[in-house]
Design a protein around this ligand. Structure first.
Ligand SMILES: NC(=O)c1ccc[n+]([C@@H]2O[C@H](COP(=O)([O-])OP(=O)(O)OC[C@H]3O[C@@H](n4cnc5c(N)ncnc54)[C@H](OP(=O)(O)O)[C@@H]3O)[C@@H](O)[C@H]2O)c1
Length: 307
């Protein structure tokens, strides 16, 4: 038997349990990974409370989590690109990452560079690939100015660095406590809240070319008010605004790129070009505490479970 996060009904944090489950056996094309780190994401809360059933139906018992990094324990037929003992980064498409052992399609794995810490390796998929998609979708050119909301959160902390690497001037909206981290990564920090439009205009006297919203709650409208073109606005969360105004939602619920982007992000980290702040690490047994912290919506970087 082995341990896995499960829930049997939609609900609050208290529906989360650690269950003893049968050891999974890899089918053809699958790899069994012993999970070393699995980051958590706000979307998992939305799934757990039943807010996404129209896009992602659930069956019970439900597992939880996409992000993972770990060690190959067994391989199925045709999955011999990897061998037992290999260190890998990947993702579960079955919401099963928060477990001691997880089955992963071989195409959803990439080797973990040896100098990338487990917590970081297990944090790359949802937030990293989303940020990568958002930054590419707004097509930044060298010297342009982009505003990024929730700039020091899970998605934002990747997005601001990738946007800087694209040569953009980056204005990051964040609480005061995150301004020093943003500054140290070449980002112009701006406090959100009353007066934010004027503060952005003061920080971007020549105007704003693109906007990445990783928070929702009116930032798409703010981007439009700043004069940003519709096709240069991307929101990771405000799907109602996207439907209303036609702004982008890359990578979108079904348009996510996979292991190649993970490999690219891992290589940047290994080379010291990309940092993933780790806000906190919890043992699997403390999954409820981990989501309690995440749901305050003030995480800097990633919160990670270590089975
Ligand atoms: N479409 C997709 O596939 C996809 C994938 C990943 C995430 N998402 C969505 O994207 C959003 C961001 O995810 P995440 O993982 O980055 O979340 P997160 O790590 O929980 O980040 C929350 C951030 O929000 C900031 N924040 C709080 N109040 C704010 C405000 N009024 N204005 C601007 N920022 C504010 C916080 O900054 P301070 O601490 O500085 O206050 C914190 O850094 C979530 O809604 C998530 O569901 C979508």
């Amino acid at each position: 038997m082995t341990k896995a996060v499960r829930y049997n009904e939609f609900g609050g944090i208290d529906v989360l349990r650690i269950d003893e489950v049968d050891r999974p056996a890899p089918a053809a094309g699958q790899v069994l990974v012993q999970v070393k780190a699995a980051a958590i994401n706000p979307g998992e809360t939305a799934l757990r409370i039943g807010a996404m059933t129209d896009i992602f139906p659930s069956t019970f018992p439900s597992g939880q989590g996409s992000d993972l990094a770990g060690v190959v324990a067994e391989i199925g037929a045709g999955a011999d690109r990897f061998s037992p003992g290999d260190e890998v980064i990947g993702f579960s498409e079955k919401r099963a990452a928060q477990a001691e052992l997880v089955l992963v399609d071989v195409d959803n794995l990439t080797p973990k560079p040896s100098n990338v810490p487990w917590e970081v390796a297990g944090s790359l998929y949802i937030a990293g690939v989303t940020a990568w998609g958002a930054v590419h979708s707004v097509q930044l050119e060298k010297g342009e100015t982009v505003v990024i909301s929730a700039a020091a959160g899970g998605v934002g902390s990747f997005a601001v660095q990738l946007a800087r690497r694209a040569g953009a001037t980056v204005i990051g909206l964040a609480g005061e406590g995150n301004h020093e981290w943003l500054r140290s990564h070449g980002v112009i920090p701006v406090a959100y809240g009353d007066g934010v439009t004027d503060r952005i205009k003061a920080a971007a006297p020549d105007g704003v070319d693109a906007f990445i919203d990783a928070y929702g709650g009116g930032y798409v409208e703010l981007a439009l008010a700043l004069g940003v073109a519709i096709e240069r606005i991307d929101t990771t969360i405000d799907f109602a605004a996207a439907a209303k105004y036609g702004v982008k939602t890359e990578p979108g619920p079904n348009g996510r790129a996979g292991a190649e982007v993970l490999a690219e992000l891992a290589a940047l980290i290994a080379a010291g070009h990309l940092e993933v702040p780790i806000a906190n690490v919890y043992p699997l047994a403390q999954v409820r505490q981990a989501y309690t912290e995440l749901e305050r919506r003030h995480t800097h970087g990633k919160i990670v479970l270590r089975p």
